[in-house]
Design a protein around this ligand. Structure first.
Ligand code: AQP
Length: 325
């Protein structure tokens, strides 16, 4: 029997190349090895301000982008969190075995509290408990995520162990799986590439827009003039070259940047062409998928049905062990 894999993405904005390199590309790679569950986590996305009228469009967009990026719905389950209410039921239960002190240590909560000072709600605080419930409901063992989520998966592991200690062996240890690009920085070169910070290239960005965004992206700030030698090791765009460009191009940029043989303008032009070549087929597939909203909605509903059967089983076992039936 294949092990279960669970991961999620928030419908909180445009899916970007950070999400792709840090998570989605890895999901596609792992699809044959695991029994895969990919979740559009709308209950997580409501912990920050959003427009309810936009939510359904964002959910369908997230589904279409992920399928276009390579998640084959015949090989995995793609579903919406709120279609399976057991996620929130298990989260409530897990709240009762999660120490407050552990939640207080979560860096994402600290960062998001600074970013959304006017809306520091309890959902933002207990976000990792819902995330643990998402994984544990399906007895997920492999959780491919970006580096920003590792602390949450470590906590999910602790929560699973605490539940098992108190009520008997129920959940396996969830373990994080990192990609080769666990943390992609934004085009400002300073902050993590994030949907909410607007410092990204979306997975369905047009070629013109990719060119424009990369042309103004921050490189090695010590390289002030064309004749100055640069340092690719601290240049964010060199990191992107490593993930989008050909081997010979990466070697050329790496050597010639250091001797000022290649300038940032040319370096960005090569990168743009390569990013466009990778993203064009994704955008084209996305555009055809998003036109068929009926297909997307039916797919999400039928996947949720399969999830619900598993979730009901888990919850029956959990309630029994806890003396709730
Ligand atoms: N910059 C990144 N580099 C590598 N991986 C990343 N991930 C996110 N940003 C990067 C990974 O993508 C998966 C889905 O992320 P998410 O939708 O759950 O939300 P997030 O981590 O909060 O991503 P954002 O884009 O930064 O959203 P906002 O702005 O809403 O906070 C996860 O596996 C994540 O690790």
């Amino acid at each position: 029997m294949k092990k279960r894999l669970f991961s999620g993405i928030q419908p909180s904005g445009d899916v970007h190349i950070g999400n792709y390199l840090g998570a989605i590309k890895n999901w596609v790679r792992l699809i044959e090895r695991y029994d895969c569950f990919f979740c559009i986590v709308d209950y997580h996305a409501i912990t920050i301000e959003y427009n309810p009228e936009e939510m359904q469009r964002r959910i369908l967009n997230a589904a279409a982008v992920n399928i276009a990026a390579g998640l084959d719905p015949n090989q995995c389950i793609i579903f919406v969190q709120s279609h399976v209410p057991e996620h929130t039921e298990l989260a409530w239960i897990l709240n009762s075995v999660t120490p407050m002190g552990h939640l207080e240590r979560m860096t994402q909560f600290k960062d998001k509290s600074k970013q959304h000072r006017e809306n520091i709600n309890a959902g933002l605080f207990t976000y990792p408990v819902l995330q643990a419930a998402d994984i544990m409901l399906y007895k997920g063992e492999a959780v491919p995520v970006g580096e920003d989520q590792v602390q949450h998966i470590e906590l999910a592991r602790e929560i699973a162990r605490k539940f098992n200690q108190r009520y008997g062996e129920t959940f396996p240890d969830p373990v994080e799986l990192l990609s080769e690009a666990p943390r992609i920085m934004g085009l400002d070169g300073k902050t993590k590439m994030s949907k909410s910070l607007g410092n990204y290239i979306s997975l369905v960005e047009t070629p013109e827009s990719i060119g424009k965004k990369l042309a103004t992206a921050v490189t090695d700030e010590n390289r002030k003039r064309r004749a100055d030698p640069g340092n690719p090791d601290i240049c964010n765009l060199f990191t992107l070259h490593k993930h989008f460009s050909q081997k010979e191009q990466i070697e050329r940029v790496n050597t010639e940047c250091r001797t000022a043989g290649i300038g940032c303008v040319e370096c960005k032009k090569i990168l743009s062409e390569n990013v466009i070549a990778v993203l064009n087929p994704i955008r084209e597939k996305y555009e055809s998928l998003i036109r068929d909203q009926g297909y997307l909605s039916d797919l999400l509903r039928s996947c949720a049905k399969k999830c619900k059967a598993i979730a009901e089983n888990t919850m029956a076992d959990v309630r029994k062990k806890m003396g709730l039936t």
